[in-house]
Write a protein that binds this ligand. Structure first.
Ligand SMILES: *Cc1c(COP(=O)(O)O)cnc(C)c1O
Length: 404
C-alpha cells in the first residue's frame, strides 16, 4: 500500500542537500522529480536499444520501434483513447497546443470566436492570439472570481454559433483550481465548437478518460508526471486528426514524396515529422506505469491531505494571504506575506533548502486580476511529507521576521 518512506526511496534526488540542508522540493507544478524506475529505463534505452525507429530492418531499430509503439499503446490505455493512433507524441503541452492552433488556422475566418479562460498558462494564450491575428477570429475570455474559479454563467453568455473552439486548462497551474471541464465541453459541443483541454496539471493527479469526457483534444507533458522533459502527448479524436493539416513537414510524416506532390503518412505519423524523442516516449510510458503502481486514488488522497495540512498551517501566520481558495483544487498553494515581495521570501526559503516557485507562474493575467506582482507557490507531490511542510512554514515565519 501507500508507504511514504518507501516511495521517497524511489527518488534519488530527494536525498540530496541544498545549501547544507535536506532538499524540500515544493516546485512540482513546474516539473516533477524522476523515480529510479524511470531513470533505469532511460539508461537501459541508451545502453541497449538506441537506434532510429520505423526505418531500419535491423534488430536494434525494430526493438526501439517496438518499445516506442508499446509506450504509445500504454498511453492510449491510460487515457482511454479509442485508438493508439489518436495519441500523437509531442515535445510537451506547448507543442500540442501549437499543433492544434496551427491546424485550426485553415478552418477559421473573420467573425469566428475562440474562447479561452482567465486562468490560462501563457502557452495557452499566446498561440490563440497568434491564430486570431492570422485568421481574423476573435479571442474571448471566460472571467474568474475572487476564489480563482471560472464564472460559468459568463461562459454560457460567451457561447454562440460563432464559437469554433474552446480552450481551457483542466487544472490551473498558478492556483490549483480544478475547472468544471465536463460542463465546459458539453456546452461547447451544444454550439458545435471543438474543445482542447490543457491537462498539464491534471494528468499528474488523476486519470482523465478522454472518451468519457468526449473531449476533442487533450494535451499534457511527461515531465510533470515523473517522466522526462521534452516529451508529451496530444490526444485528438480520429475525425479531428484526419481533418487537421500536418504541423511540420519532414521525414517520417510522409507517404510518398516527389517534387510535384507529397502525400502524408497515416495517423499518428502525419504529425510526427523527423526523428522523435524515442527514449522520452519509452520513459513516458514507464512513468505512467510507475504512477499506476502507486495508484492515482492513493496519490490524490494523500496530496489532498498535504494540501489541507499546509493550508491550515500557513493561514495561522499573521498577514499571509492565499490566492485560489476554491473548494475544488489540487495541492497547489499560491500565497503572499503582506507588504513583502514574493521573490525575497523565495530567496530566503532557498537558503534553507526549500524549493518553491515565485513570480507570475506564466499566468500574468491572473496576477493582474489580483493586482499583485506574483505569488509564492508551493506545489506538493505524493512524495512530499508533512515534516517538509513544517519546515517550509518555519521558513516562511523566519522570512517574515527578517523582512518586516
Ligand atoms: C506546465 C504547463 C504548461 C506548459 O507545459 P510545457 O511542458 O512547458 O510545454 C501548459 N499549461 C499548464 C497548465 C502547465 O502547467
Amino acid at each position: 500500500m501507500f508507504n511514504i518512506e518507501d516511495i521517497r526511496k524511489d527518488f534519488p534526488i530527494l536525498s540530496r542537500q541544498v545549501n547544507g540542508k535536506p532538499l524540500v522540493y515544493f516546485d512540482n507544478a513546474a516539473t516533477s522529480q524522476t523515480p529510479q524506475q524511470v531513470i533505469d529505463v532511460i539508461v537501459d534505452y541508451y545502453s541497449n536499444y538506441n537506434a532510429n525507429i520505423h526505418r531500419g530492418v535491423h534488430t536494434l531499430s525494430q526493438e526501439a520501434t517496438d518499445l516506442y509503439e508499446e509506450a504509445r499503446q500504454k498511453i492510449q490505455k491510460h487515457f482511454n483513447a479509442k485508438f493508439s493512433h489518436e495519441i500523437i507524441f509531442t515535445s510537451g503541452t506547448t507543442h500540442g497546443i501549437n499543433l492544434v492552433a496551427n491546424g485550426f488556422g485553415s478552418f477559421l475566418k473573420k467573425g469566428d470566436d475562440i474562447i479561452v479562460s482567465a486562468l490560462e498558462h501563457h502557452s495557452n494564450i499566446v498561440p490563440w492570439q497568434m491564430l486570431c491575428e492570422r485568421t481574423g477570429a476573435t479571442l474571448k475570455v471566460i472571467p474568474m472570481n475572487e476564489d480563482g474559479e471560472l464564472i460559468m454563467t459568463a461562459y454560457d453568455k460567451l457561447l454562440s454559433d460563432n464559437t469554433k473552439l474552446v480552450f481551457v486548462n483542466h487544472i490551473s497551474n498558478a492556483l490549483g483550481t480544478i475547472n468544471p471541464i465536463e460542463y465546459i465541453i458539453e456546452k461547447a459541443h451544444g454550439v458545435g465548437a471543438a474543445v482542447l483541454i490543457d491537462g498539464a496539471q491534471s494528468a499528474p493527479h488523476l486519470i482523465p478518460d478522454v472518451q468519457k469526457l468526449d473531449v476533442d483534444f487533450y494535451v499534457t507533458s511527461a515531465h510533470k508526471m515523473c517522466g522526462p522533459t521534452g516529451m508529451g502527448m496530444l490526444y485528438g479524436k480520429e475525425e479531428w486528426l484526419k481533418k487537421l493539416p500536418p504541423y511540420q513537414g519532414g521525414g517520417e510524416m510522409i507517404a510518398e514524396v516527389t517534387f510535384e506532390k507529397t502525400t502524408y503518412a497515416d495517423l499518428p505519423h502525419k504529425f510526427e515529422a523527423g526523428t522523435p524523442n524515442i527514449c522520452g516516449g519509452i520513459a513516458f510510458g514507464a512513468a505512467i506505469d510507475y504512477l499506476n503502481s502507486i495508484g492515482f486514488d492513493n496519490i490524490a488522497g494523500y496530496e489532498n491531505e498535504l494540501l489541507h495540512y499546509a493550508t491550515e498551517k500557513l493561514l495561522a501566520i499573521d498577514g499571509l494571504k492565499i490566492y485560489g481558495t476554491s473548494n475544488h483544487k489540487t495541492s497547489v498553494i499560491s500565497f503572499n506575506l503582506q507588504g513583502i515581495h514574493p521573490y525575497d521570501v523565495g530567496t530566503i526559503l532557498d537558503k534553507m533548502g526549500i524549493a518553491v516557485r515565485t513570480g507570475h507562474h506564466c499566468a500574468q493575467p491572473i496576477m493582474d486580476f489580483y493586482k499583485i506582482p506574483g505569488t509564492i507557490r508551493a506545489s506538493f507531490a505524493f512524495y512530499n511529507t508533512k515534516a517538509e511542510i513544517d519546515a517550509m512554514v518555519e521558513g516562511v515565519k523566519k522570512a517574515k521576521m527578517m523582512l518586516s
